[in-house]
Write a protein that binds this ligand. Structure first.
Ligand SMILES: Cc1cc2nc3c(=O)[nH]c(=O)nc-3n(C[C@H](O)[C@H](O)[C@H](O)COP(=O)(O)OP(=O)(O)OC[C@H]3O[C@@H](n4cnc5c(N)ncnc54)[C@H](O)[C@@H]3O)c2cc1C
Ligand code: SF4
Length: 576
């Protein structure tokens, strides 16, 4: 069966909709941007009733059916920016526990060793354990109560341009069948023509990627680098972990050649005596062995006696995965241009030394809102006017936080031991001995199978599909079932592969089709086909996709592009 990919239907009229500001993505960054903009407009209108600004034409586009459904995080919230956005937010926000205990362990295959002190970036006392899904839902309620419209189930599918100016966003066409033909319920996407477009799509945003490519925005920057976090939520018998207890681990199952680590956060559901454990493993997307499978890494991690004891008698209730940007300060693209700004993880505002980005997403959203507000007041959203956002970030605490760790991830490029040493140097010398340490895209580290031990060597326990015992460990499809993922089945594939001959002729031989391993949702399969040159042909199950973006990042030939499927489809990360 030939694969048909999603692409714009020809000769379709797209209804136009005028907007002042359109925010693409309703995660923490997008919601904070909308809320701050509303606050500024309210304040202005109270002071200048004679010249009010309207909020009617400010929109948030969110591809999930409900706000928060596609949001996945650890998550610990550093409350700094939320205190600025909504002073006193603690009394009403859904915060599961205050962190009161933290520890970092180094794991060997069977042993666990607590570090005598928790390294400063991982000290979390005073932060909150949250479900990002519930937190974003709550923020969405605030945004709507403030009079700003959130269009859920609508994806931004294309940026609109006039010359080099971004003039709006086209939303997804609905009702397109598997052969890329209009169905009887076909509805064309809207052309939302906006004075200001704010990109808040999270990691590896699809419109953000288009913009970065069109204007070559990463020239002179370090390329962005990523990790993928695979997460399970567990209910465990009470007493195993305290609500508010935080554990980080380094080491096993990774070897010294891979970058990554695990988190374990404890909380409690109201009215339940069981503890809730948020547990996940972040694997740096710069590993060498293309057979490595990040979902398998998590399953192996759970078999470690220290972790297995914590989970024994418990039940896995939710699953999900998502990529996160690791590159830090030197990997930020320019943040604004003619008609556009980029905020949150789409830009790369994440402190990888702390595994934290929510507070930076919120703060970047607030600063972008302040710039957008001035643009509306002055009717000027040129590159010069929106460039103020760049300057506000550079003079804000975002830079104070990201600057000292600007070389953090680069420090691990020669493995874990060198990384720990470099981290210590960076602590002493304010970011290290060099101002800017270069980096390269992580997928370039993937080695052809011919360069690797056929039996997997030291990495064997993380390679290929995990089998799962159905109690402590799970195969991918069982895990996937717990992500609540659903898509309209009759639609073209939203994973665009530039040339499937590369998959069938080259990749299968050279790298052993790593898409089958790095995808945490079994979307990619190499099926038997005697007519294919190597007896195998790529086949896709796009309806399984959890929108983690790993394939867009990690494929060795860079020929996969993730585009949004029909709005409303995707995972359902309720409670994650
Ligand atoms: C595994 C993992 C663990 C983490 N742990 C922590 C932690 O403990 N503490 C912490 O502070 N940070 C943590 N982070 C980072 C944190 O989650 C992010 O920094 C933060 O969520 C970024 O917010 P955002 O709004 O930029 O993006 P997101 O939270 O990704 O939100 C983006 C939103 O945009 C929507 N969207 C995307 N594209 C489109 C489109 N084209 N059209 C319409 N909608 C679109 C998505 O559906 C989503 O709702 C973690 C991240 C991961 C992946
Ligand atoms: S297809 Fe790509 S984006 Fe979807 S789950 Fe697999 S790796 Fe993630």
């Amino acid at each position: 069966m030939t694969l048909v990919f999603r692409k714009p239907l020809p000769n379709v009229e797209h209804p136009e909709m005028p907007a002042d500001v359109v925010i693409v993505g309703g995660g923490p960054a997008g919601m904070a941007c909308a809320l701050r903009l509303s606050q500024l407009i309210d304040d202005h209108n109270a002071r200048h009733p004679e010249a009010p600004l309207s909020k009617e034409n400010i929109y948030v586009l969110e591809k999930a059916r409900e706000a928060g459904q596609h949001c996945l995080s650890g998550a610990l919230l550093d409350p700094r920016s939320m205190k600025e956005l909504l002073p006193g937010f603690e009394s009403e926000a859904p915060l599961d526990a205050v962190v009161n205990k933290d520890a970092v362990y180094f794991l060997t295959r069977t042993g666990h060793y607590r570090l005598p002190i928790t390294p400063p970036p991982l000290r979390d006392h005073g932060n909150y354990v949250i479900s990002i899904n519930r937190f974003v839902k709550w923020l969405a309620g605030k945004v709507e109560a403030a009079g700003i419209t959130i269009f859920t189930g609508f994806a931004g599918s294309e940026l609109l341009y006039e010359g080099d100016r971004v003039t709006g966003v086209r939303t997804d066409d609905k009702g397109v069948d598997k052969q890329n033909q209009a169905k009887s319920n076909f509805e064309p996407g809207y052309d939302i023509k906006a004075k200001v477009v704010v990109l808040a799509e999270g990691t590896r945003g699809s419109l953000t990627k288009q913009l970065i490519q069109k204007f070559d925005l990463m020239k002179d920057r370090n390329p962005q680098t990523y990790g993928v976090g695979v997460k399970e939520l567990w209910e465990v018998p009470s007493g195993r972990i305290q609500a508010g207890e935080v554990i980080y681990t380094m080491g096993y199952p990774l070897t010294t050649k891979e970058y990554g680590g695990a988190w374990i956060y404890g909380s409690q559901n109201p009215g339940s005596k069981d503890n809730i454990v948020s547990l996940g493993f972040v694997t740096g997307l710069d590993y060498r062995d293309p057979r490595l499978d990040p979902q398998h890494v998590l399953q192996t991690f759970k078999q470690h006696p220290f972790i297995a004891k914590l989970l024994a008698g418990g039940k896995m209730i939710r699953y999900g995965a998502k990529a996160l940007p690791y590159g830090g300060w030197w990997s930020l693209p320019p943040l604004a241009g003619d008609g556009w700004m980029i905020i949150g993880d789409s830009a790369g505002f994440l402190n990888s030394a702390r595994l934290k980005g929510i507070h930076l997403a919120v703060k970047s959203g607030m600063l972008a809102a302040e710039t957008a507000f001035e643009a509306l007041l002055k009717s000027d959203s040129s590159a010069a006017a929106l460039g103020k956002f760049q300057r506000s970030v550079e003079t804000s605490w975002i830079k104070d936080e990201l600057w000292p760790v600007r070389n953090f991830h680069q420090g691990f490029k020669s493995g874990m031991v060198a990384g720990v040493f470099n981290t210590a140097l960076q602590e002493i010398f304010d970011g290290g001995l060099r101002n800017r340490v270069p980096s390269h895209p992580g997928h370039e580290n993937l080695q052809p199978l011919a360069n690797l031990p056929a039996d997997g060597g030291a990495e064997t326990h993380m390679l290929g599909p995990a089998k799962g015992d159905g109690k402590l460990t799970f195969d991918k499809l069982t895990d996937l079932y717990h992500s609540g993922t659903k898509h309209e089945e009759d639609q073209p594939a939203h994973l665009l592969i530039q040339d499937t001959n590369v998959c069938n002729d080259r990749c299968v031989k050279e790298f052993g089709s790593p898409c089958q391993n790095f995808c945490p949702a079994n979307v990619y399969e190499m099926v038997d086909d005697e007519t294919a040159p190597n007896g195998k042909r790529i086949s896709l199950n796009p309806a399984n996709c959890v929108h983690c973006k790993t394939c867009d990042i990690q494929d060795p030939y860079q020929i996969i592009t993730w585009v949004p499927p029909e709005g409303g489809g995707g995972p359902n990360y309720d409670g994650m």
